[in-house]
Design a protein around this ligand. Sequence first.
Ligand code: CA
Length: 404
Amino acid sequence: MLINISIDSDFSIHNIPFGIFSTAGNTPRVGVAIGEHILDLVALAKTGVFDFDISVLDRKYLNEFISLGKPITGKVRTDIQDWLQKDDSPISAEMLVAQSDATLHMPVRVGDYTDFYSSIEHATNVGKMFRDPENALLPNWKHIPVGYHGRASSIVVSGTDIKRPKGQVMPKGADKPVYKASGRLDFELEMAFIIGKESQLGEPITTEAAPDHIFGMVLFNDWSARDIQKWEYVPLGPFLGKNFASSVSPWVVTMEALEQFKVEGPTQEPVVQPYLAYQGQHNYDINLEVGLTPDNSKETIVSKSNYKYMYWNMVQQLAHHTVNGCNVKVGDMLASGTISGKTTNSYGSMLEISWSGANPITLKTGERRTFIEDNDTITLRGFAKKDGKRVGFGEVSGKILPNT
Ligand code: CA
């Protein structure tokens, strides 16, 4: 083996996630995270080991590489796994870059972004707070993977600072709205999947065909301004309270790498429409956590959740998204919606953790929080582990800057 990989590294030999990186001497290009390093695929391709058009590796985004299709991208992954474990290998030390010496970029050019609302615990919590504690779920929720179209232009990679958004809010008891910086800024703990194969307008993707269209997943923080959201969302849904920014992790973990972490989903009752029925397992056991770090201070883990809590799975989301003939394209990003568990310490947003501000939490530093303050950094992490094999996502982190 060319390099040592720590036993608790997210980027084990079982993972081989793809991303875009640059260094002081090289332009953005396709790489693979392995341990503390990045394997430069442009450099590897120069040895002549690949029999596809290698110019797709010398690009600012993964879209063209992903478009080669799973038979090719999957083989690149398994070949790299083999080569990294062999002495006689086309991979040499000069092709490996320390992650600390590299800049990571947005992995894909996102054409369209859709956000679902597929955690029953999250939808129930929000319904209790904003509508009816007795009938928290709306009548459609168990029949439709509810979603909306978001904004692709403001999706940014981990490490990008986010300026606190300004907008209209309606103060409690006031008779007219005011324009101000959001006072209820929040994160949403989500994961997103990336489309790897386009579909044609007018042709739905079935739940059976859906896995073929899903390339991989990233961590996704869907930043939300609750006060702006509350005033604007009736009747057409989320708009400026959501579209100022979403942050993603830089490494795309492939569905092949996640295959061994599949688990049963929850029982869906009432029985879903036939086009939403599915065979096999499509939920994944992925441990998730959220850290909040005040400026120059210690991090407090404010939530520990798991992707397996999802009521609606990815193949159902994609089947529903396209059932009317809507097409998808390579690089489209479809996010899960906030992933909350059953207990307060597994809720996926400050809105739920502080119960709309009623129950502040105390951080390790002794400070209290209901929502995110200026100069707080929010970090999402995720990994799956089974039989000693660990496949992780690294992290997505973002700092909130003041907006005066
Ligand atoms: Ca969301």
